[in-house]
Structure formats: C-alpha cells, structure tokens
Design a protein around this ligand. Structure first.
Ligand SMILES: [Zn+2]
Length: 123
C-alpha cells in the first residue's frame, strides 16, 4: 500500500484512525478500533508524505489513532522544497534566501524574495 486514508468517528469528531487506503486495510483494523465508529472518510494522501512518527507507527501496527480536531490534523510533513513546477528560484540569491552584504562578510535576507529563496509563479 502506498496511500493512506484517514477515518473520523461519527460519535467523536476528535477521534481519527489512519490506515492504508481501501476497504481491506479498514477491515483489518482490530474490532476494538472499528467499534469506536461508525467511521466516515476523511483525509487521504500518499504515505510517503506522512510525518515520520505517523509513518513509523503505521508501518509498525498498520493503523494510527489520532485524537485531534480535523482542522488541526497535521498528518503530512511540510515539504522543505517548494515544488519547482509552481515556483521559480529567486535569481538574486539563487534560491538560498540570503544575499551577501558588505562585500560578503555578512548575509542578509534577500530583498527580492524576502528570504524565501523562491518567487511565486508569474501570472
Ligand atoms: Zn532571493
């Protein structure tokens, strides 16, 4: 399995269980977990994008219980690199976010990209 699916308990909106995508993975959950439902489908995505602790737990026990409001469900790691498709590397700092100051003795935030190292795509 390479995708995960998150289920939310209808009885307790803070209660989520994360497992592999598909009914097979869901039906493989322990009865004690399934008994906490009924469950309704929530977020899903690539397992590779999950935050590391969640990914490890998922690999270890085939499901993860997350007790958090859906608005605070923070399942996926933030990508450090903005996608090259969406953003252009900043030409002034070559994507580093810093530019040399005083002949290279100091670094400061690049004025053009504000220290992000990339620019939003042109519209
Ligand atoms: Zn820049």
């Amino acid at each position: 399995m390479s995708r995960f699916k998150c289920w939310r308990s209808v009885r307790d909106k803070f209660l989520h269980v994360l497992c592999g995508e598909g009914s097979e993975a869901f039906e493989a959950l322990p009865a004690s977990i399934r008994g906490l439902g009924p469950w309704q489908g929530s977020k899903e995505g690539e397992i590779a994008d999950l935050r590391l602790p969640l990914r490890l737990l998922l690999a270890e026990q085939a499901f993860v219980i997350v007790h958090e409001h859906v608005s605070k469900l923070d399942l996926e790691a933030r990508r450090a690199e903005p996608s090259a498709v969406d953003n252009r590397s900043c030409p002034d700092c070559n994507g580093t976010g810093n530019v040399a100051q005083h002949g290279g003795l100091r670094q400061k935030n690049c004025w053009r990209c504000g220290g992000r190292g990339w620019l939003p795509p042109k519209r």
